[in-house]
Design a protein around this ligand. Structure first.
Ligand code: BES
Ligand code: MN
Ligand code: ZN
Length: 502
């Protein structure tokens, strides 16, 4: 993990600065280039001329490296349109794009236009999030010896102030646990199944300090799940040679710190979604190794919240199963009993996420004094159709909670857009033989899935359902601080929920 720190002096061989598109010198002319190095003074005139010669544009995601005089390497990272005040996400992405291309480098100083502590926080996070590689399964020398930027120093005259150091430390924690989520997502189902996922979490809790850090973990095995009536998790997992698990990681603040609120986080943990007997088409099926992104997010978030010692109690629940095809797989028309007693007719075994979530949501609510419950899941293809690959959806039974959450996106940069749960769609989930069917109207499939989950949440408990199907996994090109593969989306939002106590 890249070491993040602050500096008020330029000592590195590598300097990262911003490049923006300024107003044209004359009307109708070409946009001029503006070097944005914040409070670090640079002789920009000649550099701007060189960059113009090189065809630089200053657009977001453009990164240009040139040899320097006083430093060995100058790195220009695009900020888009020049501004007096760059947005946090603009800065986060620009820092991330630069960090991403600085592989095998020891150290770089980031001098970007930061005005105040929130900007420093954004640049620190961007650098930490961007410096990520997943090389675990490569055997060739050249790939295995490639490593992310080892140290990022954020330039600010306030470097020695305690509250500034605090945000750099917070950024390290956020980046490290986002990397954990990405690693879990990128690990293929040959190496990550419900039991190995659970074992890795047991180890992570130990490494994070265990009870000393206020953390505890329990893992329920398949036989325990069966005997306790977790019909959703067992029905989804029963077609696989790798049996299901339910992981719970709890955090309560230690010492004098008292928990102001208590939240439950529930994350969908399908370690591979073949579709079951409703087998998915081969094209793109490999991306379904990412169907545990919600579980990865809740586990990473609770560990980060513990590392940050936030004054909040969290129960993170990860219902883990592998949705496979076999003579023992759940058949269309099977009726299962969700934890707590509701029956569901499984019309489509590919609508499995809602079944494991229903069990976990019910179980999570047995805990006393919850202030709110949040679920996060790669739940529906309809989410991707509606909002694309970079914007997630939020659905709720509590408008105020949803509004507070959406306003957090300004802080985190993770895009979420509110979606309704129209009551007329509920009837499409009626079953002639059970309390509910697991599929309903195909139109508005994301909302139907949300309405299904709502059946398993108490009306008076504030609840958010986050569908991250599109943004969880990037099978296109890297951009900003986002790599190819698992993105770790949701980790920052869950941490922010605990920080802001929404
Ligand atoms: N894991 C998928 C949803 C998904 C699709 C996630 C694309 C990421 C990218 C989920 O289990 C699923 O298969 N949903 C079905 C539901 C349908 C059968 C009602 C879907 O969306 O097609
Ligand atoms: Mn599915
Ligand atoms: Zn799925």
């Amino acid at each position: 993990m890249t070491a993040l720190s602050l500096t008020s002096a330029l000592k590195d061989d590598i300097l990262v600065v911003g490049l923006a598109q300024g107003a044209p010198a004359r009307k109708g002319g070409k946009a001029s280039l503006v070097i944005e190095s914040g409070e670090l003074a640079l002789d920009t005139k000649t550099l701007e001329e060189i960059l113009t010669d090189l065809g630089a544009t200053g657009k977001a995601d453009e990164v240009i490296k040139i040899p320097g005089n006083s430093v060995r390497l100058l790195v220009f990272t695009g900020l888009g349109k020049a501004s007096q005040q760059y947005g946090h996400e603009t800065l986060r992405r620009a820092a991330g794009a630069a960090a991403r291309v600085l592989t095998n480098q020891k150290s770089a100083t980031f001098a970007l236009p930061v005005r105040g502590i929130q900007d420093v926080s954004a640049v620190s996070q961007g650098a930490g999030l961007g410096a990520y590689l997943f090389n675990e399964f490569r055997s060739d020398e050249s790939a295995t010896s490639t490593s992310p930027l080892a140290a990022a120093k954020i330039y600010t005259p306030q470097a020695s102030k305690a509250e500034y150091k605090e945000v750099a430390n917070e950024a390290s924690v956020i980046a490290a646990y986002t990397h954990l989520a990405r690693n879990l997502i990128n690990t293929p189902p040959s190496h990550l199944n419900p039991s190995t996922f659970a074992a890795r979490m047991v180890n992570e809790v130990k490494v994070a300090g265990g009870t000393r850090a206020g953390l505890s973990i329990t893992v329920m095995t398949e036989s325990a799940l069966k005997s306790k009536g977790y019909g959703g998790i067992t029905a989804v997992g029963q077609g696989s040679a790798n049996p299901p698990r339910l992981v719970r990681i709890s955090y309560t603040p230690t010492g004098k710190v008292k928990a102001a609120k208590k939240y439950a986080f529930v994350g969908k943990g399908i370690t591979f979604d073949s579709g079951g007997l409703a087998l998915k088409p081969a094209l793109g099926m490999e991306a379904m190794k990412s169907d545990m992104s919600g579980a990865a997010a809740v586990c990473a978030a609770v560990l980060a919240i513990a590392a940050l010692k936030l004054p909040i109690a969290i129960d993170a629940w990860a219902p883990l199963a592998e949705n496979m095809v076999s003579d023992n797989a759940t058949r269309p028309s099977d009726i299962i009993t969700i934890y707590g007693g509701k029956t569901v007719e499984v019309l489509n075994p590919d609508a499995e996420g809602r079944l494991v979530l229903a069990d976990a949501l019910q179980r999570a609510q047995e805990e006393k004094k919850l202030d709110a419950i949040f679920d996060i899941a790669t739940l529906t293809g309809a989410q991707v159709v509606a909002l694309g690959t970079r914007t997630s959806a939020v659905m709720t039974n509590n408008q105020a909670l949803s509004d507070a959450f959406v306003s957090l996106t300004e802080k985190t940069g993770e895009l979420f857009w509110p979606m309704p749960l129209p009551s007329e769609l509920r009837a499409s989930l009626d079953s002639p033989v059970a309390d509910l069917a697991n599929i309903g109207d195909r139109m508005g499939g994301m909302l139907v899935a949300g309405i299904f989950l709502k059946e398993f949440v108490a009306d008076d408990l504030p609840w958010l359902h986050l569908d991250i199907a599109g943004p969880a996994y990037n099978d296109r090109s890297p951009h900003g601080y986002t790599p190819v593969g698992g993105t770790g989306i949701g980790v920052r939002s869950l941490i922010a929920i605990a920080q802001e106590q929404i």
